[in-house]
Design a binder for this molecule. Structure first.
Ligand SMILES: Cc1cc2nc3c(=O)[nH]c(=O)nc-3n(C[C@H](O)[C@H](O)[C@H](O)COP(=O)(O)OP(=O)(O)OC[C@H]3O[C@@H](n4cnc5c(N)ncnc54)[C@H](O)[C@@H]3O)c2cc1C
Length: 388
């Protein structure tokens, strides 16, 4: 496909990422999918190339690039048929330490995260009873001298088994005792290597795609007070700060997925001949492909606008949320079209379409569901009355 007109930024990085991804073809991902295994070699290759440290400032050993570089990397990974979900969080969770951690915490963790010596891949927010209503979470951290004692449960904590550290959101003041429900929540950096078996239990959840998500149980898990990030009780704000970056990067992955599906549909529609003509000559086959492509291009504009605002330090909640929603929907439209274009072969594992189809469906639900984005737009952008 020719993207030279209005080409998205960072072509040099994209080209290098394409070369890396060529070492991890469909066959590699199919095997992992069958075995529900972690793409350790792929993640190592990205780490060695420095791609997971692009957002870490140079003084801490990273590349010190902006969000658009990270978006270009993740988009390319997905456009090449690979999957960044195994490691994308390593790029942005550290933003909480960078923006709100103490000088000592930054010195201690960021260079090691940049080198890949420490994996910060796990982000524990969602709980079984609170779901999308984050401020109702029940995991509680009680201060005792130099430590916090943490009890509670998380669900859907992705990559918990493949991470050394976890950024955890827990209540430190009961909800009934705070003026605003967003107060009284705190963020901790949990060393899971020390905690596992000492108050932390991790149970993998089998899902429709290979995602390495887990349930986490905290039973008097001890975390040193020095691992509190920023001020006690202000953790919700710190987490919100990072969410725009997360949404824009997930949007980039969805744009990559949409490009992969569309390219696959176009190629197959040109090659497959039925009734003595390529199926792509029929407008009934062409139009859904063209429509999904148009949806992707519109979402892409919103993504780059969001990245530009983020990099300029401007508020970008509207763009980040809209980009994530439109991109997830564009990816799904392209996926639906791709499976339909392939007819029966879309269901055969060796075409990779069914795997990518399962993988891209997630992004209408996580890390935030479409309804919650619509609610954000309705209430925070358009000023409609609050519904919850
Ligand atoms: C594979 C996977 C990986 C994940 N990884 C992580 C992770 O690493 N860390 C983490 O913390 N979380 C993670 N999540 C959790 C994810 O963020 C949540 O699943 C998501 O936010 C939705 O929460 P829920 O599943 O509890 O759904 P619920 O909140 O129970 O919502 C269910 C449905 O109801 C709708 N709904 C709820 N309330 C309203 C309302 N007021 N108005 C309209 N509609 C509403 C929602 O849109 C949704 O469609 C992951 C989830 C999955 C599936």
């Amino acid at each position: 496909m020719d993207h030279s007109f209005n080409a998205p930024p960072h072509e040099e990085i994209r080209e290098a990422v394409r070369r890396l991804c060529a070492r991890f073809p469909g066959e590699y991902w199919r095997r992992l999918d069958r075995e529900r295994a972690y793409p350790a070699e792929f993640v190592q290759a990205l780490t060695d190339a420095g791609y997971l440290a692009v957002l870490i400032p140079e003084e801490y050993g990273g590349a010190g690039l902006g969000l658009s570089a990270a978006a270009a990397i993740l988009e390319t990974i997905h456009a090449e048929g690979c999957n960044g979900a195994a490691c994308h969080a390593q790029m942005y969770i550290m933003g909480t330490i960078l923006r709100h951690g103490s000088a000592e915490q930054k010195q201690r963790y960021l260079p090691q995260i940049a080198r890949g010596a420490l994996r910060l891949q796990a982000f524990g927010v969602t709980e079984p009873t609170s779901g999308s209503d984050t401020t109702s979470l029940r995991t509680f951290a009680r201060r005792e001298g130099d430590h916090y004692i943490i009890n509670g449960q998380k669900v859907w904590t992705s990559r918990a088994e493949h991470s050394d550290l976890m950024l955890l959101l827990a209540r430190t003041t009961p909800r009934e005792q705070v003026a605003k429900r967003t107060d009284g929540l705190s963020t901790f950096l949990v060393d899971m290597r020390a905690a596992r078996g000492n108050g932390l239990t991790i149970k993998p959840i089998r899902t429709m795609m290979n995602h390495n998500s887990c349930e986490l149980f905290f039973d008097n898990m001890v975390v040193p007070a020095e691992n509190l990030i920023g001020e006690e009780g202000k953790g919700f704000r710190y987490i919100l700060d990072g969410m725009n970056a997360e949404r824009l990067l997930i949007a980039a992955e969805c744009i990559g997925d949409a490009k992969w599906f569309t390219q696959k549909s176009v190629r197959y529609a040109k090659e497959r001949t039925v009734f003595q003509r390529p199926i792509g000559q029929n407008q009934g086959v062409q139009f859904p492909i063209a429509r999904a492509y148009a949806q992707m291009r519109a979402a892409e504009l919103m993504l780059w606008q969001g990245c530009a605002k983020f990099e300029a330090g401007q508020a970008c909640g509207e763009e980040a949320n809209i980009a994530k929603m439109l991109a997830a929907e564009a990816a799904w439209a392209a996926a639906e079209t791709c499976i339909q274009t392939h007819g029966g072969y879309g269901f055969a594992e060796e075409y990779d379409v069914e795997r990518k189809y399962r993988e891209t469906r997630l992004y209408q639900v996580a890390p935030i569901s479409t309804n919650l984005i619509l609610s954000y737009i309705a209430e925070h952008v358009l000023g409609l009355p609050r519904s919850y």
